[in-house]
Ligand binder design. Structure first.
Ligand SMILES: Cc1cc2nc3c(=O)[nH]c(=O)nc-3n(C[C@H](O)[C@H](O)[C@H](O)COP(=O)(O)OP(=O)(O)OC[C@H]3O[C@@H](n4cnc5c(N)ncnc54)[C@H](O)[C@@H]3O)c2cc1C
Length: 496
């Protein structure tokens, strides 16, 4: 035996929460990370660090989560409550009532306490001023349910978690991939097989927590499960989530669970590299389409840009772009809204055209000027009275008599200069994975727990189907990571 109670596979947010939790419950923990140290942090590193959780507004979160706000800052903020019922409704609505009720309830019910737990582990939080609020009458009005981020975004979150884990005595081995599970004849998982630059090995432990992401980085698995063409999309984050965790569990009889043919994918700059860039991070995303319109290269609109808050549509509209010619979408804005575009539109690495005329814009984009004028004229003619326009609420300023409609924030595009941003599909993470029970134990084909095997994070199936409420990935990794760590420590007989 290696002397470790718990091996955690992966070193993203879910894994690090599992490691912190197992360690504080008395376990000796080893974290194995496939990536070299300079690529550590998984997808979690690339995030904005935004968390969705149930809370009762500013006074509530100021107690033990947003503890660093000054009085002056507090007075500038309007933070709506995000009740557990509302969070649960969002989970049901965006997944069209397909999410596993037990898992979703666990996520929602434990979300607030887990945020306070993270804070107790020295993770600091701030309001998402830049991306999730609009300045209305001199105050920052937050909207959309994801209003609080870790200091330093995802990179800051992961760095703080690693620092904390190391302080608690957790050992992290980089460049060490888990490639298989060791299982005894009585089904008990007793360790992992590993691959490093030096070769293959085995490490034993009393239990294993798989928290090593989905299969979004693996073109073969994407094409196999998401469908033809998905091998060609960009990957928004790490290149290391190859589905190895899922596959090694399936190899010993774990049960596949959740929405294997779907994923989180969004609007991503067409010039972005194949995998995430650790400098640009998530700034290749282009998420202000509710303020304008989106057309394909045939100059046709193809989604309701204002169907709902961006947080509830962005994760499925990336899949809509996949279905467009050349997997390309063009977002168009005029001077009425350009000042409201998120900061990701102002980075140096942006694929953009600017013109005083729609025809001029089309020529730069090498699409049909006449058709683009027709599309925008038809859209403008369908826009109604815009005097109630308010980007911070669902203002119902919609179009009439056009397909697809734009249900909110529909202002005509008529104030030059016009700006266009060219996007493609960037995959974020996959929805299909393993089944866990309410203790975080991995279930097998006969619906029994595999002794000694736990899972958390992206590779857990059953939470997200077809769509996803923004900010839930980190929250789910933290809730189920903490749970898996507690359960594993208890299983090992070390928990107090
Ligand atoms: C650009 C971008 C922005 C995002 N923004 C947000 C946001 O603001 N809020 C939010 O909630 N979610 C966001 N998400 C989604 C979020 O990143 C994920 O839901 C979450 O980080 C998943 O955490 P995880 O720990 O499960 O996986 P990861 O953070 O990806 O960690 C998995 C780790 O496992 C390692 N690994 C893989 N295979 C092996 C192996 N065989 N052996 C050992 N290690 C292995 C990987 O290298 C990686 O470090 C975003 C994602 C991206 C890509």
């Amino acid at each position: 035996m290696s002397g470790f109670d718990v091996i955690v596979v992966g070193a993203g947010n879910a894994a690090l929460c599992a490691a912190l939790s197992a360690s504080e419950n008395g376990a000796k923990v080893l974290v194995l990370e496939r990536a070299p140290e300079d690529e550590r942090g998984g997808n979690s590193y690339f995030t904005a660090g935004g968390f969705r959780f149930a809370h009762e507004g500013l006074e509530d979160v100021s107690q033990d989560i947003l503890t660093d706000l000054s009085n002056a800052e507090r007075e500038m903020i309007v933070l709506p409550t995000h009740s557990r019922e509302f969070f649960m409704d969002q989970m049901r609505e965006v997944t069209r009532y397909q999410c596993d009720e037990e898992l979703a309830n666990l996520l929602v019910d434990n979300s607030r306490a887990t945020m306070a737990w993270l804070r107790s582990h020295s993770i600091r939080f701030v309001p998402m001023f830049g991306r999730q609020s609009f300045l209305v009458d001199g105050k920052h009005h937050f909207y959309g349910g994801v209003n609080i981020e870790a200091v330093g975004g995802g990179a800051g979150l992961v760095e703080a978690e690693i620092m904390r884990a190391e302080k608690m005595g957790v050992e992290i081995r980089y460049g060490t991939a888990a490639i298989g599970l060791i299982q005894s004849s009585d089904r008990v998982v007793t360790g992992v097989k590993t691959r490093t630059k030096e070769g293959y090995g085995e490490i034993t432990a009393k239990s294993v927590i798989l928290a090593c992401g989905g299969f979004e980085s693996n073109p073969e698995m994407r094409a196999r499960y998401l469908g033809p063409g998905w091998d060609l999309c960009r990957v928004r984050g790490t290149r290391h989530n190859m589905g190895e965790g899922i596959n090694m569990a399936l190899d010993i009889g774990a049960k596949p669970f959740g929405n294997w043919s779907s994923c989180h994918a969004c609007e991503w700059d067409i010039s972005a590299p194949p995998y995430g860039d650790r400098w640009v991070l998530d700034n290749f995303q282009k998420h202000s389409y509710p303020l304008g319109i989106m057309v394909n290269i045939n100059c046709e609109r193809f989604v309701d840009e204002g169907a709902d808050y961006r947080n509830l549509t962005y994760a499925k509209y990336g899949r809509e772009i996949m279905d467009q010619p050349n997997r390309t979408a063009i977002q168009i804005f005029d001077q009425q809204t350009i000042h409201r575009l998120r900061e990701e539109y102002r980075i140096r690495e942006v694929t953009k055209a600017v013109s005083d005329t729609i025809e001029g814009l089309a020529e730069q984009l090498e699409i049909d000027p006449q058709k683009l004028v027709e599309t925008i004229d038809a859209y403008n003619a369908a826009c109604q009275d815009g005097s109630d326009y308010n980007p911070a609420i669902l203002d119902k300023v919609g179009t009439d008599g056009i397909e697809p409609p734009k249900s909110n924030w529909a202002l005509p595009i008529n104030q030059p200069p016009y700006e266009a941003y060219v996007c493609t599909t960037g995959i974020t993470f996959t929805f299909g994975g393993l089944q866990i029970n309410t203790d975080g134990e991995v279930q097998d084909m006969t619906d029994q727990s595999i002794p000694g095997l736990y899972a958390a994070g992206e590779l857990v199936g059953g939470l997200f189907y077809e769509n996803y409420p923004g900010g839930t990935g980190l929250m789910s990794g933290s809730v189920f990571g903490k749970l898996a760590g507690e359960s594993a420590a208890k299983y090992c007989g070390v928990a107090a």
